[in-house]
Design a protein around this ligand. Structure first.
Ligand code: ZN
Length: 339
């Protein structure tokens, strides 16, 4: 022991009892803190797929995310592609940005970051594939409802932002309606509906939330939707204008707002007059978008009324199901949640 240390000990012995106790607490705190992270591997320029450095493979599905990320790692903070490896932590490979010098893993900055119980993610993804209620998710995975709820919305955060950027060719648009619901809100903002009571006329009441569904007839069936603040031409136009190809032919029912929007955007428009029972005209119809709306409503029924504030998550979930068709698996759902 050096002289400096002996001197320090002497000073400590001379401390009054109150200061000794403070020092004692400080030393104990230092001793119980985890050691600072030490890179377990020299940063390398050649990140590649493989098991994590801790030797334990990451849970199912996350391995695929790691491998995808490893093929073209990018800094989530500054988007630099000058990335080196930086050991591993929490069973995930870490990387370090050579520009901003921040370290990260493949989940940093995604909706899945800091979501615990990774070993259950595959099970939760499967629950989304199966489209089961939160109560059933909680039972199946043996988690509480709050966790099931939080995971569902984290997993849907990325998919709810994925919509068709462009609809073209023959484009069908129609509105569908969901009952306004404050389910889960801390304060009840209106009296609950009488069960089994008749709805007001769809879309003509504040009790109904209008949703615009837009779907084209290309092979990809590009689809977008929007929760409308109201049914005005301005609201419908704000949704259609950014996505509608100018050479498209818009097909809708006879609602005036659609004609107003089509005129304003100078888009060819076929308006089907329901009162004449005109289901199609010269081969133009809205049966595809109607079928989508019916399927959406049928699918939503199992959730027994979705809180309006979460409606966008469910619309995004349904669009994902529609895009995936029969190819959806727990793995594709997890990858979509990763974004
Ligand atoms: Zn960076």
């Amino acid at each position: 022991m050096g002289d400096d240390f002996q001197n320090l000990l002497g000073q400590v012995r001379a401390l009054p009892r109150a200061e000794l106790l403070t020092l004692d607490a400080a030393v104990r705190g230092l001793l119980s803190a985890p050691p600072p992270p030490v890179p377990t591997e020299q940063p390398s320029d050649m990140p590649g797929p493989g098991p994590t450095l801790s030797g334990e493979p990451p849970p199912e599905g996350i391995a695929a995310i790691e491998a995808t990320f490893a093929r073209a790692p990018e800094c989530p903070h500054c988007q630099s592609k000058r990335i080196g490896r930086w050991g591993s932590a929490n069973r995930l490979r870490r990387y370090r940005c050579k520009d901003c010098e921040i370290s990260f893993n493949c989940l940093t900055g995604t909706a899945l970051a800091q979501l615990h119980k990774r070993e259950l993610w595959a099970g939760h993804s499967q629950a989304l594939v199966d489209g089961i209620s939160l109560r059933k998710v909680a039972e199946r995975l043996d988690v509480d409802l709050t966790t099931a709820f939080r995971w569902r919305h984290r997993f849907l955060k990325a998919p709810k932002a994925v919509k068709a950027l462009k609809v073209q060719g023959t484009v069908e648009a129609d509105e569908t309606f969901f009952r306004r619901s404050f389910k889960g809100a801390r304060k009840l903002q209106r009296l609950p509906h009488k069960r089994g009571g008749d709805d007001a006329k769809p879309g003509l009441s504040d009790d109904q939330v209008p949703v615009l569904i837009v779907r084209d007839r290309t092979a990809a069936a590009a689809t977008t939707d929007a929760i409308l603040p109201d049914r005005s031409a301005e609201s419908i136009g704000a949704c259609l204008e950014p996505v509608l190809d100018r050479s498209a032919i818009l097909v809708t029912d006879a609602e005036m707002a659609f004609s107003t929007v089509a005129n304003k955007l100078e888009i060819a428009h076929v308006s089907l007059i329901a009162s004449k029972n005109e289901r199609s005209w010269e081969g133009y119809h809205i049966q595809h978008v109607n079928a989508y709306c019916n399927e959406l409503k049928g699918w939503m029924f199992r959730f027994r009324g979705v809180a309006t504030r979460y409606l966008d998550s469910y619309l995004g979930w349904h669009r994902m199901n529609d895009r995936d068709g029969g190819t959806q698996t727990a793995r594709t759902v997890l990858a979509a949640a990763w974004g």
